[in-house]
Design a protein around this ligand. Structure first.
Ligand code: SF4
Length: 266
């Protein structure tokens, strides 16, 4: 049976052994056009408003496909939603999640069950219905690469209907408060450099410092600092090195001063 919905499993730096689940079409569709996106540039047709709704329902093949793969990986750590753009665009996200939970609960696992994880770029979290869906995931990885409007626009190049950064940050804070106590929130910060003088990357001291203060307000469970690991959408951006990641983590810790927030680099 050709695979329609899943990728991997593969070893992920942040999730260990992870099976990717895609709830969108095979063509990237996103509310952002990030300079560093490893899926390439989001074309005009692929860039959509956060109000855009995709209506793809899981077919019986989703359950079959999951079962046929998961029975061979009893040591899996995560079933991870979101690989070809922004998964919260699909209004049927929870139908996929329910099937994944059902399949997971039918199988035996070597240690703990794999976590149901969601990647989101955070652009749609201002919508109540979207937060309601997102909070059902056991681990939410929410993107936040910028803490100033200029850095946000340059780095993430959002669709013109995307709310401003302040609204997005407030919606992450809201999500955090609404999530069940046993569900975890990780803030993902992808920090990169730029070869172009006129294109200031998000690795600038002002952005890093403001990001720390913003994360302090969000109070997530985890902060994941990482960088480009594959070919980026824009030719002029490149990865920060391990020393810089470490420095950023130290800066975050110094400002956040909260032992309950685990801050790491990958
Ligand atoms: S949000 Fe993710 S999928 Fe969308 S452009 Fe950015 S990196 Fe790519």
């Amino acid at each position: 049976m050709p695979r329609e919905y899943t990728y991997g499993p593969f070893q992920s730096r942040r999730l260990k052994l992870s099976l990717g689940v895609d709830v969108l079409s095979k063509i990237k569709i996103c509310t952002y056009n990030c300079a560093y996106c490893e899926l390439g540039i989001t074309s005009k047709d692929q860039l959509v408003s956060p109000e855009h709704r995709i209506n793809i329902k899981p077919t019986i093949n989703f359950q079959k496909e999951l079962l046929s793969i998961l029975k061979y990986v009893p040591h899996l750590n995560s079933i991870t939603f979101g690989y070809n753009g922004e998964p919260t665009l699909n209004i049927n996200l929870l139908d996929f999640l329910k099937i994944a939970i059902k399949v997971r609960n039918r199988l035996n696992w070597t240690e703990s069950k794999p976590k149901l994880t969601l990647f989101t770029n955070s652009s749609k979290l201002y919508l109540d219905e979207v937060r309601e869906r997102v909070k059902q995931f056991e681990l939410v990885l929410a993107k936040l690469d910028a803490a100033t409007e200029e850095d946000f626009k340059r780095t993430n190049c959002p669709h013109k209907d995307t709310p401003n950064l302040k609204t997005i940050i407030n919606s992450i804070i809201k999500l955090r408060k609404e999530m069940p106590i046993d569900h975890k929130l990780a803030i993902q910060c992808l920090i990169y450099n730029s070869y172009k003088k006129e294109f200031v990357s998000n690795n600038n001291p002002e952005n890093i410092e403001k990001l720390a203060y913003t994360i302090k307000k969000i109070k997530p469970d985890f902060v994941q600092v990482y960088s480009i690991a594959r070919i980026p959408a824009q030719y002029f951006v490149f990865a920060i090195d391990q020393d810089r990641k470490k420095e950023i983590v130290e800066k975050f810790k110094e400002i956040i001063k909260n032992e309950d927030i685990k801050i790491n680099y990958y």
